[in-house]
Design a protein around this ligand. Sequence first.
Ligand SMILES: O=C(O)/C=C/C(=O)CC(=O)CC(=O)O
Ligand SMILES: [Ca+2]
Ligand SMILES: [Mg+2]
Length: 410
Amino acid sequence: MDETHNGDTWFDIPPGSEFGVANLPFGVYSRTEDGPRKIGVAIGDSVLDVAAIAAAEGEDFAPLLAAEVLNPLLAAGRPTWRAVRERITTWLRDPAHRPMVLAHRLDRAGLHLHLPFEVADYVDFYASEHHARNVGSIFRPDSAALPPNWKHLPIGYHGRAGTVVASGQPVVRPCGQRKQTGEDAPSFGATRKLDIEAEVGFVVGTPSAFGEPVPIERFADHVFGVCLVNDWSARDIQAWEYVPLGPFLGKSFATSVSPWVVPLDALGHARLPSPPQDPAPPSYLMPDADWGLDIAMEVRLNGHVISRPPFGSMYWSAAQQLAHMTVNGASLRTGDFYASGTVSGPEPDERGSLLELTWDATEPLLLGDGTHRAYLNDGDVVTISASAPGPAGTRIGFGEVTGQVLPATA
Ligand SMILES: O=C(O)/C=C/C(=O)CC(=O)CC(=O)O
Ligand SMILES: [Ca+2]
Ligand SMILES: [Mg+2]
């Protein structure tokens, strides 16, 4: 386990920073909105132009960093990810590298951050038992809260890779066919139930062979890192369309992701066992290691905290999800991206969607500014942030994913 902590660097890191030397998340930035995109690593309040430093230091991995997206680095695989991370750690520990590093340091605040990787396929799971029970009770009050397959396999669906967008991208209220509970025919128009889903996303680097399942113990060989996700959802469109094939236009209009990908290697102190599983999963889903992650999330609506979902409570782990997603031989591509599913904890103020927080608008939320919300209003800004334990009492920050709702255009 990497025992590096914030005292191990000559670099100036503000006290309490969640971007210490044990984190080193990767992202893509530009100095102006349309300027050239470069790979950066966040440290303290700064971003390092790691492509320039690696080139100047003559590192053999320098070409992987001289790209406008993380995909070449992602494709290089775990031994390379480890080597790059170790070298960056050395630059930040050994004062001999100080002039070179400082020559390629930028203030984080002034930069434009972009979608860090080109998304190949996008899958969304449904792995929180609390969320699944809540949604089941609301959408299917006459059936069991959990569907019969829920504890046997991690349920998921294929989403729309082309509408995975960077944090900060505004989201236009979608139109579609929607049907409210109680109405007997659908109508067309802007969704009246625009919602969020607070999730954690996993970025696949190493591809796999067509026809060959990826065993659960190979999770960390394929998954590079972790970011935050808001899976925007139009509940009235979703409720009308989803039987029998699952979510479609109610979710495909936008999925926002945070700009910093935290390497799995930064999360050693965050790993914990998932909750006990009963029935025991089949052998291809049997965990060989603890891949629960103690990530503390926070959801804010116009700046007011509305929920604190605990990722450590998720029933199915990301390792189980990867094994399930490939057990039929479906191959992985570099840039594949999968999200955990909405993160809801057992407590009412730990729910990761407004659907649950307001029980489908029957219990509106009172915000700190005195206004109420059932679902999102035009102009609302939703921000999800998170952190996890790091070494020596430090925190590993994920930064945030944010987005504003714009009025419907149709
Ligand atoms: O139970 C349903 O019909 C729908 C569930 C969801 O909308 C949740 C979904 O997208 C998966 C998740 O985020 O957990
Ligand atoms: Ca979702
Ligand atoms: Mg979505």
